[in-house]
Design a protein around this ligand. Sequence first.
Ligand code: 13P
Length: 250
Amino acid sequence: MRQILVAGNWKLNGSRDSIEQLISGIVAGADKTGSTQIAVCPPFVYIPQVAERLAGSKVAWGSQDVSDQDSGAFTGEVSAPMLNEFNCTYAIVGHSERRSLYAEDDAFTARKFAAARKAGLIPILCVGETLEEREQGVTESVVARQLDAVINLEGVEALNDAVIAYEPVWAIGTGKTATPQQAQDMHAFIRGTLAGLNAGVADKVQILYGGSVKGANAAELFAMADIDGGLIGGASLDASEFLTICSAGA
Ligand code: 13P
């Protein structure tokens, strides 16, 4: 039985003060969210603050990105070993905003995935199609290509220590959530693709849905057979809304 994981991706939001309030609110209600696993991914500079506040709580933390390099002359990068020093559990890789706004391709994403795993972080590998790709009927081939890049570099067994997040780009920040059935269909496609390579990995890997998840729609999404939680953007910036989503998985 896979556990539900709800991870907040705070993106480029927050300040010392607002994060202090957000974390206080989340910690105050986290124990009432049953067996749901919870994580938050703040901007890099706030990771120490979050780590200090969350140590000993049920809420884990992670980064929104990670370098494909461990150290060296790579200005502006933050490496997986550095994130380890702040006890990050997770590192998001291949978010669609990295792919589209910063031109990060499948091969680069796969190298970030590898760097995170090598340091003992759990990569949250984001996959998903654009609206144009969905309308062209290539949704499955796009997602298969994004998965293949990682599988070809690291082997399918690498997904034993990873999380996948299916985030249709057209549903991110738009208020347009995929219907539970649309999401389930893609999650089943992802799990089926993996099952063709390794049934054990397919059965174990948590596949999160992301894209306009809110308190009001989380329960029906998480009730689907192959949806194991959510990667939450906007709604993770409000403690009570985020906790409602966490409770939807309990
Ligand atoms: P929203 O929940 O704001 O649509 O963002 C989803 C997302 O991109 C999470 O990584």
